[in-house]
Design a protein around this ligand. Structure first.
Ligand code: ARG
Length: 584
């Protein structure tokens, strides 16, 4: 409802239609925030060519319709002042009353102006998806965190969200992994996997596979019984997977992710569909045999020498791969889960695979036009050396250790605060996890960034802890005043420029949420929240709230602004999955 930029867009379009005719009603008014007014509309410049008139004259005519000061105008369209400047810019300044009324409306709305989706969609979100028997790495951490934020925002908008954790839990390596389990004994294997030592486990199995012919033969035989889902092999596979998933769950729990065991839909789930997927695609001529392998050739993909690139769904040895499984998966998501939209929150390095998958699935008719499939590309997380993030010794990082380190460093940052031990631990947990999550969410999801504890834990700048602190500080205003934020209902009156700036900023909340959902861009919301917290800081430095000499009406208005800021920050951070400690 209250997104001011959207409301203004509509009004300027109404003015365009009134001034120049209905065919101009959908011209883009080109409204931007401006340093000379609240907004600037540059539409007169672009329209002047179409109308063959001077841009300034066009601007004046639009202005007259916006203010209602011309014959045939529909009354006052724009709630504020309109000025024409320069060669034909429209400077738009909203009236304080309009901003105040809109802010009060959002405050009175339990959804803070964020309207639920008009026609809710079924949205399948594929995220996290670590590989069993390999340590879950920071890349998976990022896809988990971004995916969780998208889940939260879509649930908030009333969409039906289906979480899918596409675990790497199948394929030829499992032959050797199961044989290794028999070698070291179930108990030892389970203990190692539960502790997150999947990498060491994998490497030990791999060393024997490469160096010990007897083991190698056993492992190969085991792949055959695994493919056939033979009961004893499946029992061992389950032991392996259950222990591995218990470790993943520790990470999810520490991060307070919405992922549960019910959301696991790993590669193994599609095993029994693969033969049929290949047969059907071959029979229909969508896949063809090329060098012994079964391949789809979606148009537009060429290799270095200009040869068409294959999307290989069956290798020449008859084995299936990642592409086969993903074809079965996309069909399942459309036909069984009835997805309207599928989000793949996966590393940017898989862009080619994803693009060929979507095109191949469209060729097969398994991804109809009305279903949108989107690769939410996740950029790599780098170490300070600019390479993939690893520990100093060069080994990959154990995620639980990393999260623990975030918490202990957060505790150190908060060391001077006089809290008892339990409170300190609780705050350190929230701040540590908030810092790690916000670092992933505040940059565009497809850009790389350098993992840096000092920066993400800083109490100033665009960080999780800064936003948590801003939120906790507003709560303390209410605590000190002995006031329940729910009772701070205004009325809102805007006097000081910092009050006005804060109120105007607060009107943008709904738009920030919608943008995040529409474009799968959590950083849009994160940046909005950061700007909101900054506007609040300026307000709070300039506008006393609880001081004795503040008159009751001003105090009520300022408390209402505090309450609305608090609600926007709390709701927004919750949508990002960033926890807010009660005090900090
Ligand atoms: N397990 C894969 C990896 O670690 C990610 C799977 C993503 N999902 C999918 N449907 N391909 O790279």
């Amino acid at each position: 409802m209250t997104d001011p930029q959207l409301a203004l867009t509509e009004r300027v379009q109404q003015a365009l239609a009134a001034a120049f005719g209905a065919e101009y009603s959908d011209a883009d008014p080109l409204i931007r925030p401006s340093q000379f007014a609240d907004y600037q509309a540059n539409v007169a410049m672009s329209l002047s060519k179409r109308l063959r008139r001077a841009p300034r004259e066009v601007a004046q005519e639009i202005a007259a319709h916006l203010t209602g000061e011309t014959a045939g105008a529909q009354g006052e369209l724009f709630p504020g002042t309109v000025e024409v400047s320069g060669p034909g810019f429209l400077n738009l300044t909203l009236s304080d009353e309009w901003i105040a009324t809109q802010a009060a409306e959002i405050l009175a709305d339990p959804r803070s102006g964020v309207a639920p989706a008009g026609s809710p969609q079924t949205i399948v979100i594929d995220y996290s998806a670590p590989n069993a028997a390999k340590e879950m790495h920071v890349g998976h951490l990022r896809t988990t965190i971004v995916g969780d934020a998208l889940v939260r925002v879509h649930e908030h908008l009333g969409n039906k969200v289906i979480r899918q954790n596409h675990l790497g839990d199948w394929g030829t390596p499992f032959g050797m992994l199961i044989e290794h389990l028999l070698d070291i004994g179930e108990k030892a294997a389970v203990a190692q996997l539960e502790a997150g030592e999947g990498n060491a486990y994998y490497q030990a199995a791999r060393a024997k596979f490469d160096g010990d012919p007897e083991f190698n033969a056993r492992a190969r035989a085991r792949v055959v019984t695994l493919q056939a889902e033979e009961p004893e092999t499946m029992r061992l596979w389950h032991i392996f997977m259950d222990a591995t998933v218990r470790y993943f769950n520790k990470v999810y729990t520490q991060l307070n992710m919405r992922l549960t065991d019910d959301d696991i839909a790993g590669e193994s789930m599609y095993n029994h569909m693969l033969a049929q997927v290949c047969d059907e695609l071959q029979e229909r001529g969508i896949a063809v045999i090329s060098d012994g392998a079964l391949c789809v050739f979606p148009p537009g993909y060429t290799g270095r020498e200009g040869q068409p690139l294959p999307f290989m769904i069956r290798k020449s040895d008859g084995g299936y791969g990642y592409a086969t499984t993903d074809m079965a998966t996309i069909r399942y998501r459309v036909q069984d889960l009835k997805a309207d939209r599928i989000l793949y929150v996966i590393g940017a390095t898989q862009a080619l695979h994803m693009s060929m998958l979507f095109d191949s699935a469209r060729m097969a008719g398994w991804l109809p036009d009305h279903v949108s499939a989107e690769h939410v590309q996740i950029g790599s997380v780098l170490g300070s050396d600019g390479k993939m993030f690893k520990t100093r010794s060069g080994k990959s990082i154990k995620l639980l250790d990393l999260l623990d380190e975030a918490e202990s460093r957060a505790a150190a940052v908060l060391a001077e605060r006089a809290y008892d031990e339990a409170t300190r631990t609780e705050i350190a947990h929230a701040v540590g996890m908030g810092a790690v999550k916000y670092a992933d969410l505040s940059v565009s999801h497809d850009s790389e960034y350098v993992f840096d504890f000092d920066r993400m834990l800083a109490l100033t700048g665009n960080t999780g802890p800064y936003l948590q602190y801003a939120t906790a500080r507003i709560r303390s205003v209410f605590r000190k005043g002995g006031i329940d934020p729910a009772e701070a209902t205004g009325p809102i009156v805007l006097g000081h420029p910092a009050e006005r700036a804060l109120a105007l900023q607060l009107l943008g909340f709904a738009r920030a949420v919608q943008e995040m959902a529409e474009w799968s861009m959590p950083h849009k919301l994160a940046n909005y929240l950061f700007e909101t917290a900054s506007a609040f800081t300026t307000f709070y430095e300039n506008c006393p709230v609880l001081k004795d000499d503040v008159d009751p009406a001003t105090r009520a208005s300022r408390l209402a602004l505090c309450a609305l800021t608090l609600r926007v920050l709390e709701t927004g951070l919750d949508l990002l999955g960033v926890p807010v400690p009660e005090r900090m």
